[in-house]
Design a protein around this ligand. Sequence first.
Ligand code: URA
Ligand code: URA
Length: 246
Amino acid sequence: MSEKGRAEKLQELKTQLEFYRDLGVDFLVSPRKPKGARPAAEAEAPLLLSYGSGSGPSAANQEEWERLIRRIMTCQACPLFKGRKQAVPGEGNRRAQLMFVGEAPGRDEDLQGKPFVGRAGQLLTRIIQAMGFSREGVYIANVIKCRPPENRTPKPEEIKACSPFLLRQIELIHPRVIVALGKVATDFFLQSPKSMSDLRGHFDQFQGIPVMPTFHPSYLVRNEGNKEIKKMVWEDMKKVLELLKS
Ligand code: URA
Ligand code: URA
């Protein structure tokens, strides 16, 4: 590795560790590595990478997914299709036990066609890693699949038009837990007049699936210096991990 590459790697690691410290992570879920016990590739893989449920996806299931993704990519059910570069269906393990649901694609997501790849996404990725998962081991989606202009909050009619997609994704994945990121996702599942501060940290149910509302990663980005918020998010994620272990 070049000197520059090494410096960048170190900086990245430092940022990651500082973030863990701010979260108040008091343990790391990464696998212990007994000396020589496993091949390097596996030792580096996150502990819960293939923490899926059930057996392999059936051919029918595969077809269902392909049809769903196609419908999302070509959808014109609300005016947001006019402004999109591409729709962002979601990505990850289609048999994930853990699913994260955000609000809507932003600029970076619209360009790349992937959820949570911008600034907030990097934060979400770190949170997922702190939990001992990888992005590939969980499923990440949004309530709406097209970017609203200037990243404004999605309108109720846009959410309504888009909701069959997320509902179908949840049906197909059937996760054991859903983490609702921010108020739009939380409202989608719980329709509560209460604030995020009141709702976060407590499981509720959506179609029999436990939902944990927590603050949106963008809210963490906007309140960068506020460690209390990060700690609250981590408290919420610890509850999610407890539930997954049970
Ligand atoms: N914010 C979201 O809610 N979703 C994304 O995919 C990116 C940012
Ligand atoms: N309001 C939101 O919409 N999301 C948060 O995460 C916090 C406050």
